[in-house]
Design a binder for this molecule. Structure first.
Ligand code: 5GP
Ligand code: ZN
Length: 123
């Protein structure tokens, strides 16, 4: 899965800069394809972001060649949720998408939120 193309980055992107190490982050996990780190402004006792190293703006930007990467993002998030101790009580995966979805950073990221009971529906 890892090749030159899968690590394309965008010069203006905050999360690409975090992946490159140009902006510091509190790393949880990293491999050739994905990077996970603690959210700077946690919305729950545990709040981790997992992102593809390839710059994708959001899920809508993914296509067939990203199928394995999308699957890996979810499966790796499962591992991390378990490691964070969230598995037993449950937790939430969130992918905010676009303006009305509440997206503020336009590099695809999967939020892992847990450690307390979360309300529904979102505001
Ligand atoms: P969104 O609203 O786009 O779904 O989520 C973006 C998330 O990125 C927010 O939860 C926000 O707190 C987090 N965030 C924004 N800037 C930084 C940063 O520089 N470092 C880290 N670790 N998280 C950030
Ligand atoms: Zn990016």
């Amino acid at each position: 899965m890892s090749n030159q193309a899968s690590n394309e980055q965008s010069a203006d992107c905050l999360f690409c800069k975090i992946i490159a190490g140009d902006i510091p982050s509190n790393k949880v996990y990293s491999d050739d394809d994905v990077y996970a780190f603690h959210d700077i402004n946690p919305a729950a006792p545990q709040h981790v972001l997992i992102i593809p190293k390839k710059h994708l703006t959001d899920v809508r930007s993914a296509n067939e060649e990203d199928q394995a990467l999308m699957g890996k993002l979810l499966l790796k998030a499962n591992d991390l949720a378990k490691e964070l101790g969230l598995d037993e009580k449950g937790f939430r995966y969130v992918i905010n998408t676009g303006e009305y979805g509440g997206q503020t950073v336009f590099h695809l990221h999967l939020h892992i939120l847990g450690g307390r009971a979360l309300g529904w529906p979102p505001g």
